[in-house]
Structure formats: C-alpha cells, structure tokens
Design a protein around this ligand. Sequence first.
Ligand SMILES: C=C(O[C@@H]1C=C(C(=O)O)C=C[C@H]1O)C(=O)O
Length: 242
Amino acid sequence: MLRIGKFGFINNFLAYYKLEKEGKYEIVKADPKALAELFEKNYVDYAPVPSYYYLKKKPKRHKFCVASNGEVYSVIVISKGKKLGEKIAATSKSMTSVNMLRIIVKERGLKSEVVQVSGSYREILKDYESALLIGDEAIKARMVYRVAMDLGEEWKDLTGLPAVFGVAVSNGAGEKIDEDVLNSVRWGRENIDVVVEEASKKFRLPEEFLETYFEALIHEMGRKEERGLREYEELCKAHGLL
Ligand SMILES: C=C(O[C@@H]1C=C(C(=O)O)C=C[C@H]1O)C(=O)O
C-alpha cells in the first residue's frame, strides 16, 4: 500500500476527510517539518511539505497545497503584551512561515528578531513575549492571546499574492495520488457541513470558526498561487534565506 503524508493539523482535516475513509492509502501524520524529514528519508511516497523545503530541494511537485489569499487564521504571531517582543520565538515545527516572517519583519522595517525555538507554545510563552505559531497550536492560542499578525494577511498586504505555506511533493509517482487528494478536497468542499460538524466534535471548536477557517484555506495550486510561491522564493533569495 502506498504511504502518503498528512499534516497532523486541522488544516488537512477537510482535504483528507474522504480519502481517509476510503482507506486506499496508508496515511502518516506529522507536523510540516517532520513530514519533510520523512519524505527526505523516503518513508512516504507523497506528502505535503513546507514550501520552503520544496524550494530548497525541488522534488517533483503536485497541485495539492495549503495556502490562503489573505487571513489564514492558523499561521500567526501572538503577543502577550501590546507590543511585539524584541525577539519573536518561532515554533520549530515550521520551515515556511518562519522565513516568511523574517521577510515581513525586514520589509516592514520592524525591530524584532526572529529566533526558532522548540517546545509547546505554553513553554515558549513562558520565556518570550511574542511567538510565531502554526496549525492547531495557533488556533488554540488565538482563543486566549492577542493576534499581532496573521501571516496570510501580512503576505497579501506585502505582495498582493496568496501565501503558499505547504505544497505536495512525491518521489515521482504522485500524479494519481494527487488526483485522489484533490477529489477528496472537492468532496470536502461539497459536503462542508458534514466536515465542519465532525471537526467541531473532534477538536472542540465552534462550527462557525471552522467554517470560516476551511473556506479561507486554498488546497489547489492555481496561477495566483504559483505566482505567490515564486514571489516567496524571490524574496527568500533577496533576504539571503535561500
Ligand atoms: C496553514 C498552515 O501552514 C503551515 C505552515 C508551514 C510552515 O510554516 O512551514 C507548513 C505547512 C502548513 O501546514 C498551518 O500551519 O496551519
């Protein structure tokens, strides 16, 4: 059975809902950085990985992605106080957004330094005023702390383009898998009420939030997303990050 990766976040819940029920693939869940490592070791045949990893290694890329054209809700800088801290502690689970934040900070002339740290967000917030969080931790934290930045929104303001956080890659034979994932995405969109109800029970989050969230996520690379990814590559290079 082919083994495929899944971001172990709510951001992949809608996309993989139908696919997981069908049981055609063995699905391996991990955070974005860990999934890139599993792909690197050839443990998975196909997986979404951080866009930054893709740009570094350029394996075969497919159409499934995790992107947003504006607010994304789950890639955010939260702050305990009113101001950004001198240092923004970025979760070690991220590869794309930590570099995206470095670009935004420089382009906006902000003074904060972005440092990458490990640990849960509660641990991080013991030592730092501000933190870049992704995925479910970001969603939990945003219910409690002030959202200082939404990276999807910041990226759109800065470039006028979508932010592409993750893209699907394969060891070469991913065409059919990608087609199955995108069919599952379409099923999820057409049956969003079912997906939202299930997700709300599973993650104990309000249906209203989940609906807004799932609608904000883009899961198929189109022309705008291609341009957004290219712009990210160019700005990474311009800032010495790639
Ligand atoms: C949209 C998100 O973006 C994620 C952020 C990533 C990163 O920063 O490397 C990689 C993949 C995405 O899953 C999220 O975490 O919810």
